[in-house]
Design a protein around this ligand. Structure first.
Ligand SMILES: *[C@@H]1O[C@H](CO)[C@@H](O)[C@H](O)[C@H]1NC(C)=O
Ligand SMILES: *[C@@H]1O[C@H](CO)[C@@H](O)[C@H](O)[C@H]1NC(C)=O
Length: 511
């Protein structure tokens, strides 16, 4: 009997503690993949059974994490994203471009053999974790497995991740993700932002969602309309932290977990350790991230960068892929890969020159290193504007990158102690938390699974029509009542006035 009870107990606790989690990440970028793997690995290590479909093949995978490789067809050259082209687009063109990219990728995802086979097999999952990044149709998996729907936003909170949760998104102080604005906008920036935020909302509602719905209905026959799934997301984990990004209001089922990808430090290799230890005048780390190849930077800009470095007494570590550098100054060391987080932690590193990617910016601030940002595309311009606004960075726009502008920016950050001080202050904010962001992410995932999707966290905003939400019906009602009141008042006064004058007239006559 005791044995029976023990076994029952074990089965029950196993049932409660271990969930089956399905995840699909499609964006072929290092940062998206890194963010997904960090979270899913942690979940697997805590005993959950995790299945991940991804176009990447990770090197080593923990025990409970099953990775299925989605073999995407090779991209034809003309459909490949060229960051230099995106840079030339207007803000609205960029939004259309990224939404269209998402729609195209969804077609590819649902068409790969691995996904189709998987959908035909008999699987059961308690939760689905998908990237909230122009990927609305992926919510079909939540419907297919009748599982709790959890989004992971690889970028900071924005209209894409806030809208399905009914989060307020006020254009007066929250800039569009692809804009070059921070949360402090002047009159014209606010005007631009208001137009863009409104246009993006209408475009998403009338163009993007219907197309995702077509995909959804095609690949998940019998699925409800996408709106019913889109506005039924149980949890949104967003890659935002107040140490690096401006504060915004959040509904209770949006959980900021910014910085969760930051791993415990490892020891630097002996060569790197010696190199940085010997940098008596300080060192600069320079990396344009994983998307932009240094080899793609045109010669004039490359020479400008080299000329600036040549004049510095600091040593420079440059993450460089390409082999067209001949006149390398002696204080510059190139490498195709560097352990970025460990380098940023070295006390001699005084400056990080970056493309302003979110993960890089977070790592810089986590380790208290000020930044010169050369933003390129996507959310980088907004991240950079925000970093400059916070006071830990100077921005050099890529178009204006010359020897002169770069020199001024680098000197400013190296000489003016303000930047380092603010970076270190923000680093202390980053570290001052009740729990690690990764623990927080895991807690909330388990929470919404435990509470069957946690509908109690959803705000009523999701059930209102747009005119109720914007109080337009109230405005209309109040204006109508006011006009009615004024109209009646006017009629009454007119009547009284007429009576008075007529009675006066009659008095005059009788005299
Ligand atoms: C789907 O895949 C097949 C081959 O597996 C290919 O011929 C077809 O063009 C693909 N369709 C789309 C929309 O990618
Ligand atoms: C909405 O989510 C809840 C909780 O995950 C689920 O029980 C419900 O079926 C979902 N509704 C729709 C229309 O998918």
């Amino acid at each position: 009997m005791f044995l029976f009870h023990s076994i029952l107990f074990l089965i029950l606790t196993y049932e409660c503690n271990s969930a089956r989690i399905f995840s699909i990440f499609y964006v072929q970028s290092y940062s998206h993949n890194h963010l997904a793997l960090t979270l899913l690995t942690e979940l697997a290590e805590r005993g959950h059974e995790v299945t991940l479909l991804t176009p990447f093949v990770p090197k080593d995978v923990v025990k409970n994490l099953k990775v299925i490789h989605m073999k995407f067809p090779p991209k034809s050259v003309d459909t490949q994203v060229n960051p230099f082209d995106v840079k030339k687009m207007t803000l609205f063109e960029r939004i259309m471009f990224i939404e269209q990219y998402g729609l195209n990728e969804m077609e590819v995802v649902f068409n790969v053999t691995e996904v189709q086979t998987f959908l035909l097999e008999n699987h059961h999952f308690d939760a689905v974790i998908f990237p909230q990044f122009v990927s609305e149709a992926l919510r079909g998996f939540c419907y297919h497995f009748r599982a709790v729907c959890i989004g992971l936003s690889p970028v900071i909170l924005n209209s894409m991740s806030g809208r399905p949760m009914g989060n307020p998104f006020h254009p007066s102080y929250i800039p569009n993700l692809f804009s070059p604005f921070s949360d402090r906008m002047n009159f014209f920036e606010r005007f631009h932002n208001t137009i863009i935020v409104t246009a993006e909302m209408l475009f998403h509602h009338f163009y993007v969602l219907p197309r995702h719905n077509q995909l959804l209905q095609k690949h998940f026959p019998g699925a409800p309309h996408i709106n019913d799934l889109y506005y039924n997301t149980s949890l949104m984990l967003v890659n935002t932290h107040v140490a690096t990004n401006f504060p915004v209001p959040l509904v209770p089922n949006i959980i900021p977990i910014g910085g969760y990808h930051i791993r415990p430090l490892s020891k630097l290799s002996k060569a790197l350790q010696d190199y940085l230890d010997d940098a008596r005048d300080g060192a600069i780390y320079f990396s344009m991230g994983s998307y932009l190849n240094s080899a793609d930077i045109p010669n004039d800009k490359l020479n400008a960068i080299l000329n600036v470095f040549r004049k510095l007494k600091q040593k420079v570590l440059w993450k460089f892929n390409g082999n067209k550098l001949t006149n390398l100054p002696p204080n510059v060391k190139l490498g195709t890969w560097f352990p970025q987080q460990d380098i940023l932690d070295h006390p001699n590193v005084k400056l990080f020159i970056t493309h302003g990617g979110l993960l890089s910016t977070m790592e810089a601030i986590y380790h208290g290193v000020p930044v010169v940002a050369i933003p390129f595309f996507g959310d980088q311009e907004m991240n950079a504007a925000n970093a400059e606004n916070c006071g830990y960075a100077v921005v050099v726009s890529y178009e204006e990158l010359t020897e002169n502008t770069l020199q001024t920016a680098v000197d400013e950050v190296l000489i003016n102690p303000k930047y380092g001080n603010i970076a270190r202050r923000r680093s202390r904010i980053f570290h001052d938390e009740p729990m690690r962001p990764l623990d927080k992410a895991v807690f909330w995932i388990e929470y919404v699974i435990r509470h069957n999707g946690a509908p109690h966290l959803r705000t009523t905003a999701l059930g209102l029509t747009w005119y109720q939400y914007l109080l337009l019906d109230m405005v209309l009602f109040i204006i109508t009542v006011l006009f009615l009141f004024l109209f009646i008042l006017k009629k009454l006064l007119a009547k009284l006035f007429r009576k008075n004058t007529t009675s006066k007239k009659t008095k005059l006559k009788t005299r």
